[in-house]
Ligand binder design. Structure first.
Ligand code: FES
Length: 151
């Protein structure tokens, strides 16, 4: 009986050396939408490094997430234009109302929350994005209406 290969066991693609860490983390996140504890364990064993080393390196890269994504993803822009127009207030409101912190998922799994640097439409600040939809000139009242649109 042949044993199923783990996702890291393609030596020609990812040799078992530390330079493979970032590509393997990217691969894990691409497959699952986040980097699960199981994948971290697999990578650690494959590269012969500790899981703490992996979390330590990955924490420098905002692209990596270690919690499962929610059904919908909220991104709050905190780039300069959005920050000065109330982006932080929007973020705090979402955190408080939905009981979620950036990089995490709400207790019911409906939304995950992310801070982003700029969504590329600064003239419309403050801006949030839910899944692929951009919402502009958002205020706290409009925010609640927007989030109510999502089942
Ligand atoms: S700063 Fe928010 S869209 Fe650019």
């Amino acid at each position: 009986m042949t044993q199923k290969k783990t996702f890291v066991e393609i030596p020609e693609e990812h040799p078992p050396e530390e330079s493979s860490l970032i590509p393997l983390l990217q691969k894990a996140q691409h497959e699952d939408g986040y980097i699960s504890p199981v994948k971290v364990e697999e990578i650690a064993q494959f590269l012969k490094i500790t899981e703490s080393q992996i979390y330590g390196v990955a924490s420098f890269y905002s692209q990596f997430r270690f919690t499962a994504p929610g059904k919908h993803s909220i991104s709050v822009c905190l780039g300069t234009a959005c920050h000065v127009s109330g982006g932080e207030t929007l973020l705090n409101t979402i955190e408080r109302n939905l009981e979620v912190s950036p990089g995490e998922c709400t207790p019911d799994g409906k939304f995950d929350l992310n801070r982003v640097a700029c969504l590329g439409c600064c003239a419309l600040a403050p801006v949030i994005k839910v899944d692929d939809e951009i919402y502009s000139n958002v205020n706290v009242i409009k925010l609640n209406d927007i989030l109510d649109l999502y089942e």
